[in-house]
Design a protein. Structure first.
Length: 159
């Protein structure tokens, strides 16, 4: 009886491993489209902090389009996580390169609280956007932006 139980546990373990491998191999296909969408809707290849809306006009005829550092921080953290499931080293490198570049830009004086003497908040990031502009708060500090920036930095540090 003991051998049968051990055999059943071994079979169950193999089945679980097969399921996990199958799910992980599908994750990149599931998330590739939204990832590509975000990457192609950034202001430019050198400016990786998204506008408040990915479909906001990206031209100089609009007087002001707020940025959303919280969305950029969430995306950077997600890219680091997705890199762990990338099926190829090229895709993994692409995810990590973009995540590092976004974190670098978020860490610059342009987007960090310490870079703006007018902010007197216990926060990390400025330029967060809470919803559709201009009805909702924009150019504000958002706790979830700080959280995901911190998470991205910690995840990158563990690699």
């Amino acid at each position: 009886m003991r051998k049968k139980v051990i055999g059943d546990v071994a079979i169950a373990s193999v089945v679980i491993v097969v399921i996990v491998v199958a799910v992980c191999s599908c994750l990149h296909r599931i998330f590739q489209h939204p990832t590509n969408y975000v990457l192609t809707h950034l202001p430019s290849s050198t400016d990786l902090i998204t506008y408040w809306d990915y479909d906001a006009p990206h031209n100089s005829t609009i007087k002001y389009q707020p940025r959303d550092t919280s969305a950029a921080a969430i995306f950077a953290s997600a890219l680091v996580e997705l890199s762990q499931y990338a099926p190829t080293s090229d895709l993994k490198d692409q995810f990590l390169t973009n995540a590092k570049a976004i974190v670098d830009q978020l860490s610059s004086p342009k987007y960090m609280i310490y870079g703006d003497k007018d902010y007197k908040l216990p926060a990390l990031l400025t330029n967060g956007t809470m919803g559709p502009y201009p009805k909702n708060g924009y150019d504000v500090s958002l706790v979830y932006g700080d959280y995901y920036l911190t998470q991205a930095v910690i995840r990158l540090g563990k690699l």
